[in-house]
Design a protein around this ligand. Structure first.
Ligand code: B12
Length: 246
């Protein structure tokens, strides 16, 4: 009997070690493909986060057991990564992230025989709440600006995910509290006082983003050498005011 328990405990430890090694390998591959950060999480821990709990009936692909969450750094000095244009993928940053996700999915299938499901951006199209998945994967924490704050890049990252049909390590539980002693310049920076009530108000934030939509920019199209590409530079005040990671 005692031997049996030890045997099971040994098996558990081995499975945990396998999961950790596999997660590490996948994370290293994602970084080598150009992701700035990557992490893994069990679907059941993502399902326990506030937005997933309150959304209730999200449709997860059958067989999906874990998620790989990727982040791409959007540095202050490269604002164009985040300009929304008319092309597929919408922003240069998102196009890059989508390419990395695609290449990682191919590698998982070809190298490790793992089935990967690309996750749409919009939750209503079958997507997931990416900031909270990022917390579950240990990439960062939710800050007072309501964004995922990462230790290395602050909130200046964009996120995407892949779901996979195997068990991977649950990366959550990051010990990081950047907002505890911060005077929250992010909250003062909002042009619509979306944090005026003490918590984030989506309708106020949306009001600013609608103003940005009504005020598109024309940028130079290198092909035709004319100012013909129209793009929207959405407000990032709460993100850019965050002092974490400079
Ligand atoms: C819809 C959407 C919007 C809407 C509504 C946003 C909203 N928060 O309600 C609008 C258009 C207004 C918007 C605005 C912005 N968005 Co937006 N948006 C999304 C989208 C598609 C879904 C987000 C959503 O609906 N969440 C559900 C709502 C109810 O949750 P919530 O407001 O985030 O609040 C929850 C969390 O804070 C959580 N929470 C609070 N504390 C804690 C603690 C823990 C431990 C946990 C686990 C959770 C948690 O509980 C709250 C309630 O459920 C995601 C992409 C995706 N698929 O996830 C991008 C996304 C969240 N947006 C992003 C960005 C960057 C922005 C903007 C800066 C605009 C811009 N220039 O891109 C602003 C910032 C607004 C802000 N400060 O929150 C990034 C965030 C990156 C990051 N570092 O966090 C995302 C992930 C897209 C991306 N490309 O990577 N967005």
């Amino acid at each position: 009997m005692i031997y049996g328990i030890h045997h099971i405990q040994g098996l558990d430890a081995m499975q945990r070690q396998d999961r950790e090694q596999l997660s590490d390998r996948i994370i290293r591959k994602a970084l080598s493909l150009g992701a700035s950060l990557a992490g893994t999480a069990a679907i059941r821990s993502i399902q326990c986060t506030p937005s997933h709990r309150s959304a209730g009936d999200l449709k997860w692909p059958e067989g999906a057991r874990s998620a790989v969450i990727l982040a791409l750094h959007h540095p202050r000095k490269e604002p164009s990564l985040d300009w929304w244009d008319q092309r597929a993928g919408k922003t240069p940053g998102n196009r890059k992230l989508t390419r990395i996700v695609g290449a990682l999915g191919e590698w998982l299938k070809g190298e490790l025989a793992i089935t990967a499901f690309a996750v749409p951006y919009w939750v209503e199209d079958g997507g997931i709440f990416l900031k909270e998945a990022g917390v579950s994967a240990g990439l960062g924490v939710i800050g007072r600006n309501n964004l995922l704050i990462t230790p290395r890049f602050g909130p200046r990252v964009r996120l995407r995910a892949l779901l996979v049909d195997i068990d991977l390590q649950d990366g959550g539980g990051l010990e990081f509290d950047p907002c505890g002693v911060c005077p929250a310049p992010c909250r003062q920076a909002c042009p619509e006082q979306a944090f005026g009530s003490g918590s984030y108000e989506r309708s106020r934030c949306r009001r600013q983003l609608e103003k940005d939509q009504r005020n598109p920019y024309r940028i130079l199209d290198i092909g035709s050498m004319t100012y013909s590409i129209e793009c929207i530079k959405y407000c990032r005040a709460c993100e850019l005011a965050c002092p974490v990671a400079g």
